[in-house]
Design a protein around this ligand. Structure first.
Ligand code: SF4
Length: 358
């Protein structure tokens, strides 16, 4: 793979933080002249090779991550980026598996490769993004502060472009593709959907086609508009956490509790799908609380769990049943609004679902 021995190459696993941070990693490493090689998309083989190296109880995304590391090693990549994202703000922590990712990989992957470790811990004094980036660049002999800071700006540019497009409602894949090409487009999507659903989960669960079994495509095929945490700002998710009366401790709360809290009080959302991976302790607790709160908001909710054995047929059946129930509920609402006026029946369709562009 590394044809030119002078070429600097870094392998990035297409898993975990990839789904949120890759636009930043791409802008940053590219600006430093480091070529990026991604692992291949997740397959059954990725899952089974990763699962074979860890204990059964390990959560699915970590098994997938291990599979991606193996894939990069098989491709002949020596330096592989394995960040440890401890804390994203003072006293807001990631789950222990995300925090200890380099240690976990060191202990289970016994093949020769160089781990590019970088730790982000905003709860520690003097530990900012620059320290993290310095550690990421050091294995390539890059220590020039100015160069690293310039590369960081390039990373933020790509990251911000990706998020601007995602917030406008553009699909994950399209927004990522445009951002990596240095482009920004805002789609003027006027298509109306009869049903809107908020999908509450981590990016690594819903944007990985194998793990999610293409849940977003399947819902769109059923004429459902899908909303995720990517359409929300951090302020909106923070409000969502407050709306549910929860306190912020886990970094996961933004994607889970905050996203659920925001969409539970949003009238255009007809129902919520909370999806977690088998073996995830923090999400199980959060989803339990979200499901209880959903009753107070009178919002239909379904909780789906995926693991490497989940069969697609049963998964689709549950999705179809939920969507069908939402359609029936919406039709019943429309019929309830029939008004008898001077003996004539006038339909007053419920148009709350039509997204209002502010
Ligand atoms: S948050 Fe859950 S799914 Fe994600 S790494 Fe931690 S345990 Fe696994």
């Amino acid at each position: 793979m590394q044809a030119n021995t002078n070429e600097m190459v870094i392998g990035i696993p297409r898993a975990m933080s990839f789904y949120h941070n890759y636009p930043f990693y791409f802008g940053f490493f590219s600006a430093l002249g480091i070529k990026i090689v991604l692992s291949d998309v997740t397959t059954k083989q990725t899952m089974s090779s990763g699962s074979a190296l860890v204990v059964t109880e390990t959560c699915l995304p970590i098994k997938v991550y291990v599979g991606h590391i193996l894939n990069l090693i098989d491709k002949g990549i020596d330096k592989i980026f394995v960040p440890s994202i401890q804390s994203i703000a003072p006293k807001i922590y990631n789950c222990s598996k995300i925090r200890g990712l380099p240690d976990l990989i060191r202990n289970v992957v016994k093949k020769p490769f160089t781990m590019v470790e970088a730790t982000l811990d905003k709860s520690e004094k003097n530990q900012g993004l620059y320290e993290f980036l310095k550690q990421a660049a050091a294995p390539f002999g890059i220590t020039d502060e100015k160069k690293i800071k310039e590369a960081s700006k390039a990373g933020w540019r790509t990251y911000n472009n990706f998020h601007i497009m995602s917030k406008s409602g553009m699909s994950y894949k399209k927004a990522l593709s445009y951002a990596l090409q240095g482009k920004v487009f805002i789609e003027n999507n006027t298509k109306e959907y009869p049903i809107s659903i908020a999908l509450v989960s981590h990016g690594y669960n819903i944007f990985d086609d194998r793990t999610s079994m293409k849940i977003i495509d399947k819902l769109e095929d059923m004429d459902v508009k899908v909303y995720t945490s990517l359409q929300l700002s951090q302020e909106q998710t923070m409000e969502g956490i407050n709306a549910l009366g929860e306190k912020l401790y886990w970094a996961n709360e933004f994607e889970m509790t905050g996203t659920a809290g925001h969409y539970l009080k949003d009238n255009k959302i007809d129902g919520i799908i909370a999806l977690n991976a088998f073996g995830c302790g923090p999400d199980s607790l959060m989803i339990e609380r979200i499901v209880r709160k959903a009753k107070q908001f009178n919002k239909p909710i379904i909780h789906l769990t995926v693991d490497e054995q989940t069969g697609e047929a049963g998964f689709i059946t549950r999705l179809e049943a939920f969507v069908d129930m939402l359609f029936r509920k919406k039709r019943a609402n429309i019929i309830n609004k029939i008004d008898i006026n001077n003996g004539e029946r006038t339909y007053k369709p419920n148009t709350e679902y039509i997204e209002t562009k502010s």
